[in-house]
Design a binder for this molecule. Sequence first.
Ligand SMILES: NC(=O)c1ccc[n+]([C@@H]2O[C@H](COP(=O)([O-])OP(=O)(O)OC[C@H]3O[C@@H](n4cnc5c(N)ncnc54)[C@H](OP(=O)(O)O)[C@@H]3O)[C@@H](O)[C@H]2O)c1
Length: 278
Amino acid sequence: MVGQREARRGPGDAVKLAIVGAGRMGGAVLDGALRSGVLSVAELGVYHPDAVRRLELAEHYGVTALDDEAVHHAERVLLAVKPQSFEAVAPLVAQRRGSYLSIMAGVTAATIAARVGSGRVVRAMPNLGARVGASATAITWGPETPDDDRAFARSLFGAIGTVYELPEHLFDAFTGLSGSGPAFAAVVAESLADGGVRVGFSRDVARDLARQVLLATARLLEEQSPAELKDEVASAGGTAIAGLRALERHRLRYALIDAIEAASARASELATINGSRR
Ligand SMILES: NC(=O)c1ccc[n+]([C@@H]2O[C@H](COP(=O)([O-])OP(=O)(O)OC[C@H]3O[C@@H](n4cnc5c(N)ncnc54)[C@H](OP(=O)(O)O)[C@@H]3O)[C@@H](O)[C@H]2O)c1
């Protein structure tokens, strides 16, 4: 049975990737890697400090449950615990020969490198889109990260969506736009639906129509700029330009720009609290 594959893997049969923190995001990365064929079930393992819990996780994903020694021998470790759990996890994963990938928000590559004693660290920042294979994921690395670690990171995070190689100083800004953005877009969708209810649709129909607007817009934006799309819809003296005027009156643009700035500033604050920039 899959769930009984508890794991005393030594150097000879090490997994290619040990997931330390197979929660929402770690699980989404694991799912993406399996679905896309980047890694097979035999190449993946999950770690949890509680032996029963790690067997449950292993059974759930159909991969190997890893004990401390198996994590030590893994080729790569994905750090996907909450940032505040990193201090507890660091001794487990430190001083290995393999490399590291981290999706912990606000913990810099340099902080991780210092705690684990290795410069082979890739830092990544996925977003909720990972759940549906549509994450925008920023990745960055230090000068000591070899080419094969970079290539592995590109393909692992490519399995859950689109990868953007960015300098680390833009990670807080990325968190503000791409990390928090789905919440802002959801409010836009909810408000469009409210508008639909206001002009006579049932809630279900209005929500469906609003979702369809965002879906179609996202697809069209793959082919044209937002300004081109807006101009195409807004014909002379028509309905869209009347609505756009109302949006300008209520300063929607200002509100969204301000939201991204506030979210980015909060990401910087949290990074400081997490200890990366004291
Ligand atoms: N969710 C997002 O949209 C998102 C986006 C970008 C980045 N991130 C980053 O991804 C990381 C995980 O976030 P999440 O939302 O996936 O959180 P989550 O669902 O709570 O996952 C964290 C997992 O780590 C496990 N865990 C706790 N202590 C551990 C330990 N010592 N060793 C191994 N596993 C341990 C937890 O198990 P228990 O529940 O049993 O404690 C849980 O399954 C965070 O650092 C976050 O900043 C998340």
